[in-house]
Design a protein around this ligand. Structure first.
Ligand code: FMN
Length: 194
């Protein structure tokens, strides 16, 4: 029987470290993220696998004015939901600190299988985006909070909700603090069948 080829290279180990090392970042420095890097990360996102090459994604890069409107909206949403002005202000202030904003949407489809596969493709694109940034030292957070389903958010972005839905809002920036995380051992989540 032939021996399996060796796969153990430094490059592979380093690649694995990038995959494992990426963390969801909540606190960011205000250091600006280069525009070109974000552009490259979006390009990396578009190389995600997508069944039938539907390229079902769209990327919205939010500028200052749009971010301001989103911050106002989240303040309103928290006020409506919790009726607590302090909580609303606290959340708005935390959001105003996020240096980079990207919204990733997926086109809508009436075909259930296609919709599922398109969403899956958009999720892999999102991960590509985040990992590309991470390799460049830029952290991110994928959020799917209430705002991403709020009609007022669609108005702010100029999105037609009958045509696309939000996969995630991604904040990005240089990390101020990188938290730790754990995962179950591989054997706990793997079954090897004969
Ligand atoms: C589809 C999706 C939606 C998420 N939405 C939120 C969210 O709304 N709020 C939040 O705090 N984290 C959100 N996260 C981030 C997860 O909480 C995070 O990935 C998890 O805690 C594991 O941490 P890690 O990314 O550092 O491994 C989301 C992640 C995914 C994949």
């Amino acid at each position: 029987m032939k021996k399996a080829p060796s796969y153990e290279t430094q490059e592979l180990r380093e690649f694995g470290e990038v995959l494992q090392g990426r963390r969801t970042i909540n606190l960011y420095l205000q250091t600006p993220v280069p525009d070109g890097l974000v552009h490259e990360a979006i390009e990396a996102a578009t190389w995600a696998p997508n069944h039938h090459v539907t390229e079902p994604w769209h990327f919205y890069r939010l500028g200052k004015e749009t971010v301001g409107r989103c911050v106002d909206l989240v303040r309103t949403i928290v006020m409506e939901k919790k009726g607590d002005a302090d909580k609303a202000e606290h959340k708005a202030a935390a959001w105003a600190e996020k240096p980079g904003w990207l919204v990733i949407t997926c086109r809508r489809s009436d075909d259930e299988l296609l919709q599922q596969e398109d969403y899956a493709a958009c999720c892999t694109a999102t991960q590509n985006f985040m990992l590309y940034l991470w390799k460049a030292g830029v952290g991110s957070k994928w959020t799917s909070g209430d705002i991403t389903r709020d009609p007022r958010f669609f108005d702010i972005l100029g999105i037609d909700p009958s045509q696309e839905f939000v996969v995630g809002m991604i904040w990005y920036g240089y990390p101020k603090l990188t938290p730790t995380q754990t995962r179950k051992p591989v054997d706990d989540v793997t079954s090897v069948l004969p």
